[in-house]
Ligand binder design. Structure first.
Ligand code: XUL
Ligand code: CO
Length: 435
């Protein structure tokens, strides 16, 4: 590289809401204390290596649009160059974490021994870099969806040799995540699903996936990896139907294979929308079941309906997501990963920085709005009032009785409920005071 990739870009600073700069934070002051804790510790931002450094700008109709000094990505020399640029960007943004797949950081070598050797080699390079800067690893993961060997799935593949390759691959990725002090390990089942039921044994494939995940949990305990294991729901894309459809499906699956204590959920905004839910629905459900692990914060294009992985840019959406995260006690090991990519015309190095600056800012703004909503207490009070009737002893006793006793009571006391307003518009208006 003759020139540093991020030429003339200085480390990003907080300048406050009045700043005119495109490359400054207006709302994200990492040291600001909100709800008794530094904003940086609440939000726990992570950059996704794949979208920022491995994705080349292709779409279903055309190839790469980005020309990066580390292209082509088929050799280790360029993998080192890519790592230098990535860690430079982490320094400029100052976000505390990053996330990566094995395939983002070194090329697939076409066989397991070479994949293992190159992964170990490049992660040693990361290890040294991480000694000299504050960047930590939020999560590591394996890409078991891009290479053609995975086309019929990884752990759910009809070919046991693919299952074996997947097991060895995940072991190598957990080892590397552990070496780098990763705080979580994620499994997104990109091709764990099917294209047609005509060639698919559903029951067998789900059992294979359950067994595979149990082996992952056993291995985590065996090596003493302290991080959380997370699965990431998505209903389709690339498979027509994916087994980890949504949060509810994942919870059912994890309970069936007795994995609910060891495996939590990484919820992605765009995946929630693809499944026909809102992001806050998925978060609130995971919180209510004690299953929230981490989030991938990005948005989809609501018109195309594709998983467009755009950087977040909508304060009310972000605020409602964080409202439920705060209500659930905030992140423990998880964080806010920007699983988001530039638009393919955004080819400048500065676009990459601006995208992250804007995303961090919108999250900070949304988080602060959510914190204000929590502190204000109106929403919580309205919720308590709505369920007030259930606080009485009679109501609680009813839950432990039976249909005959309840019917007798309805007749005896002439119970005839009066409908009450759900006050939705008033609540929506109230939220607009904060966002
Ligand atoms: C794909 C997706 C993945 C996972 C990690 O839609 O979200 O990037 O987050 O494999
Ligand atoms: Co994701």
């Amino acid at each position: 590289m003759n020139q540093p990739f991020f030429e003339n870009i200085e480390p990003i600073k907080y300048e406050g809401p009045e700043s005119e700069s495109n490359l400054a934070f207006r709302y994200y002051n990492p040291d600001e204390i909100v709800l008794g804790k530094r904003l940086e510790e609440h939000l726990r931002f992570a950059v996704a290596y794949w979208h920022s450094f491995a994705w080349e700008g292709g779409d279903p109709f055309g190839g790469f649009t980005f020309e990066r000094p580390w292209h082509p990505q088929d050799n280790m020399k360029n993998a080192y160059l890519k790592a230098d640029v990535a860690f430079d960007m982490f320094n400029l943004l100052g976000q505390p974490y990053f996330c990566f797949h094995d395939a983002d950081v070194r090329p697939d070598q076409g066989n397991f021994p070479d994949n293992l050797a190159t992964l170990n080699e490049i992660s040693d390079y990361f290890f040294d870099k991480m000694k000299n800067q504050k960047t930590k690893l939020l999560w590591g993961t394996a890409n078991m969806f891009s290479h053609r060997r995975w086309m019929a799935g990884a752990s759910t593949n009809p070919d046991p040799e693919v299952f074996a390759f997947a097991a060895a691959t995940v072991k190598s990725c957990i080892d590397v995540t552990h070496k780098l002090g990763g705080e979580n390990y994620v499994l997104w089942g990109g091709r764990e699903g099917y294209e047609t039921l005509l060639n698919t044994d559903l029951e067998r494939e789900l059992d294979q996936m359950g067994r595979f995940l149990s082996m992952v949990v056993d291995y985590k305990h065996k090596i003493g990896f302290p991080g959380m294991i997370l699965v990431e729901p998505k209903p389709q894309e690339p498979s027509k139907h994916q087994y980890d459809f949504d949060v509810a499906t994942c919870i059912g699956f994890l309970r069936k294979y007795n994995l609910e204590d060891d495996v939590k959920i990484n919820i992605e905004q765009g995946h929630a929308i693809l499944a026909g839910h809102s992001f806050e629905h998925e978060i609130a459900l995971a919180v209510s079941e004690g299953m929230l692990g981490s989030i991938d914060m990005n948005r989809n294009d609501y018109q195309s309906g594709w998983d467009t992985d755009q950087f977040p840019n909508n304060t009310p959406e972000v605020a409602l997501a964080y409202y439920h995260i705060i209500k659930g006690g905030g992140f423990q090991a998880g964080g806010t990963n920007f699983d988001a990519k530039l638009r393919r015309q955004s080819i400048d190095a500065e676009d990459l920085i601006a995208a992250h600056v804007g995303a961090m800012d919108i999250c900070a703004r949304g988080f602060k709005a959510a914190a204000a909503m929590v502190e204000d207490g109106h929403l919580e009070k309205a919720l308590q009032e709505r369920y007030e009737g259930w606080k009485s002893k009679e109501a609680q006793n009813m839950l432990n009785s039976d249909l005959t006793t309840i019917t007798d009571n309805v007749l005896k006391n002439s119970i005839n409920p009066e409908p009450k307003s759900g006050k939705q518009e008033k609540l929506e208006n109230h939220i607009n005071r904060f966002v």
